[in-house]
Structure formats: structure tokens, C-alpha cells
Write a protein of this length. Structure first.
Length: 135
């Protein structure tokens, strides 16, 4: 039987896989299992063994602890690090992952300009005053 922690680990697995632009098939091949097993891990239907979690961490380029980051005694099952700013599922959407990948594929100067643009667009939605010129 699985529990909320298995679900949390599965969500972290899905988030990292999507961030890297991997399919379930390609990740499965990297660790020697079928994509259906990756699906079951990601939805929390199957528990990931310690050995498999280590293999997945190696394949995804993260420490094993990555899968548990965000668990706490106070709010053990929330995987949203910014609940007051983001919708709960925004970090698991393909669109978000595409945007993050594109952002980090830019050089430092274009990234700065892109971030400035995004902030100015956010400000134009009425939440904060729009500043068109630098102070």
C-alpha cells in the first residue's frame, strides 16, 4: 500500500523529469524499467524502493534528498514552496517547464531583460504600479 509520502515523491519525480524534458519512456530506459512503472511511481500508485530511488536520482542528476525536499512536520504533504504566490499545480505543468528550460538556455544578459519584461507585465495587471523607466 502507498501513502501520501509516495504521492509526494512521485510528484517530485514528475517535476524533475519534465524540467529536464524527458519522457517517461526515456527515463524508464535510463534506469532499466518500462514507462508504465514510471507512470505508477509518478501518480503514487507504486512505492519507489530505496535502490530504485537512488537510480532515478542518478539519472535525473539530483541527490536522493531532492525527492523529500519540502516535507516538513508542520505541513508534511504540501509540495508547493510558494503557496501564496503560485497555484498548487503550476510547477507540474508542461508550459511552466518549457518556460523554465527556455529561460535557462539564454545567456545572463538576455535572462535579465526577460525577467525585467516579465516583471513589467506582471505589474500591468493591476497588482502593482507599472514602471516603464528604470529608477
Amino acid at each position: 500500500m502507498t501513502n501520501e509520502i509516495d504521492d509526494f515523491v512521485g510528484k517530485r519525480l514528475r517535476r524533475r523529469r519534465r524540467l529536464l524534458g524527458l519522457t517517461q519512456q526515456s527515463l524508464g530506459e535510463m534506469v532499466g524499467i518500462r514507462f508504465q512503472q514510471i507512470q505508477k511511481y509518478e501518480c503514487g500508485a507504486n512505492r519507489v524502493s530505496a535502490a530504485r530511488l537512488f537510480e532515478l536520482a542518478e539519472a535525473l542528476g539530483v541527490p536522493v534528498q531532492y525527492f523529500y525536499d519540502g516535507l516538513s512536520d508542520r505541513d508534511m504533504f504540501s509540495d508547493d514552496p510558494f503557496p501564496e504566490f503560485l497555484a498548487p499545480d503550476v510547477l507540474s505543468k508542461k508550459e511552466t517547464m518549457d518556460l523554465v528550460r527556455a529561460y535557462y538556455s539564454m545567456g545572463p544578459e538576455p535572462r535579465k531583460h526577460f525577467l525585467d519584461l516579465a516583471k513589467s507585465l506582471e505589474a500591468s495587471d493591476g497588482k502593482a504600479p507599472l514602471r516603464l523607466v528604470a529608477p
